[in-house]
Design a protein around this ligand. Structure first.
Ligand code: GRE
Ligand code: ZN
Length: 323
C-alpha cells in the first residue's frame, strides 16, 4: 500500500541519544544511533521504499521523562522540539511532529505544548510514561491531581497524545530481578504503559474531556485482549472509583491503537473486533523496528482493502486533518 501514515517513528538528539543504547547489542548500536539521529537520509529512503508517505516523529524514550532536574527537562524538551520543527519545515509533506513535554512541571508542559501546536504546527504530544521529578527515585503518573490544569489545556488545543512506553524503575519492580530480558520492549513496556493508560481511564480524565484522544502503540499494550475481563471484574463491585463509564468504553471512545512493533494478523483481527478498524492506525516504531517488516506484513495481511485503507491512511487523515 502506498502513502501510508505512521505515528510512532522516533528520532533522537545528542542530549537524549544515549537513553536508547541499553536496548541494543553493541554491534547494532552504531546503525541504530545513526538512524535515530538521521532525518533526511535513511529515514526518507526507508519511507519511500516501503510506502510510508508521512511520519509523525517523536523523541526517543525516556529522554525528557527521565530527566529528574525539572529545569533541564524544560530545556531539553524545548531544544528537541525546535530541532524537530526545523526538520518538519524542511519536509512538510513527509514529516509531522509530536511534542516532547517536561511533565516534571505541568504548567511548563502546558506552555510548551501550546507553543508546539500554535507556533510549530505539531500534531499533538508524546510522553514516555511517568516522569522522574526532583530525584531519580521519585516518579509521577499523569492521573495525579497536579495535572488537572495541564489536561484541560491539552484538551482545549484539541490534539491527540501518544502514551509511549518506558521501563519501570528497577527499584520499584523486583519482579524483573534476574530476568532482565523481560524488561524493555519484550514485556515490561507493555505492562507499565497499559497500567498508566488504565490509571488515566479510571481517574475521570475522559469524563472531564470526552473528546480527548489517547494513542497506544503495540496494539494497545495488551489492553484490547484483556479489557473485557477488567470490566467484568470491576462490575462485581465498584468501590468509590472516580469515573463514569466502563473502562472499555474509554478504550472504544477515547483511544486509538497502532500496529507499531507488533506485526501479527490474529492480534490485528482481535483488536478490530474489540475497538473496530476505525480506531486502528498503521505504525512502524522506526528505527527500533524495520519499515520492511511492518509493510510486508501490513500490505499483505488478510483484511479487506477497505479496512487496509482505513488503518493504513484514512483514519489518520481524518483524525489529524492531513491533506
Ligand atoms: C521504542 O521507543 O518503541 C523502543 C525503545 C527501545 C527499544 C525498543 C523500542 O525506546 O521499540
Ligand atoms: Zn516506540
Amino acid at each position: 500500500m502506498k502513502n501510508k501514515i505512521a505515528f510512532e517513528e522516533h528520532f533522537a538528539i545528542e542530549l537524549t541519544i544515549s537513553d536508547s543504547q541499553v536496548y541494543t547489542k553493541p554491534e547494532v548500536w552504531t546503525t541504530l544511533k545513526s538512524n535515530l539521529l538521521d532525518f533526511e537520509q535513511q529515514r526518507l529512503e526507508q519511507m519511500d521504499r516501503w510506502g510510508t508517505g508521512f511520519s509523525i516523529l517523536s523523541l526517543n524514550s525516556p529522554a525528557v521523562q527521565g530527566i529528574a532536574d525539572a529545569d533541564r527537562a524544560v530545556d531539553v524538551a524545548r531544544r528537541a522540539n525546535d530541532i524537530l520543527a526545523e526538520q518538519v519545515s524542511r519536509h512538510p509533506t513527509r514529516f509531522g511532529g509530536f511534542a516532547a513535554l517536561p511533565m516534571q512541571r505541568p504548567e511548563a508542559a502546558a506552555r510548551e505544548l501550546e507553543r508546539c501546536v500554535k507556533e510549530l504546527g505539531f500534531h499533538g504530544f508524546l510522553v514516555n510514561g511517568f516522569s522522574q521529578v526532583g530525584d531519580v527515585e521519585t516518579v509521577v503518573y499523569y492521573d495525579a491531581p497536579e495535572f488537572t490544569d495541564f489536561w484541560a489545556a491539552a484538551a482545549a488545543l484539541d490534539k491527540l497524545f501518544y502514551m509511549h512506553p518506558r521501563d519501570p524503575l528497577p527499584s520499584r519492580e523486583p519482579i524483573y530481578d534476574g530476568a532482565p530480558w523481560l524488561t524493555g520492549p519484550t514485556w515490561a513496556f507493555a505492562v507499565e504503559t497499559s497500567i498508566h493508560a488504565l490509571r488515566l481511564m479510571s481517574c475521570g480524565l475522559f469524563d472531564r474531556h470526552p473528546a480527548l484522544q489517547m494513542i497506544l502503540g503495540h496494539f494497545g499494550e495488551g489492553l484490547p485482549f484483556n479489557i473485557w475481563r477488567v470490566d467484568h471484574i470491576l462490575r462485581k463491585g465498584r468501590r468509590g472509583m472516580p469515573y463514569e463509564l466502563e473502562l472499555g468504553d474509554y478504550l472504544r471512545r477515547n483511544t486509538h491503537i497502532t500496529t507499531s512493533g507488533n506485526f501479527r494478523t490474529p492480534t490485528l483481527l482481535s483488536t478490530m473486533l474489540e475497538v473496530s478498524s476505525d480506531r486502528i492506525l498503521y505504525s512502524v516504531d522506526y528505527p527500533f523496528e524495520k519499515h520492511e517488516h511492518a509493510a510486508q506484513w501490513f500490505d499483505g495481511c488478510e483484511i479487506s482493502e477497505h479496512d487496509r485503507q482505513k488503518i493504513g491512511r484514512d483514519n489518520a487523515r481524518r483524525l489529524f486533518g492531513l491533506a
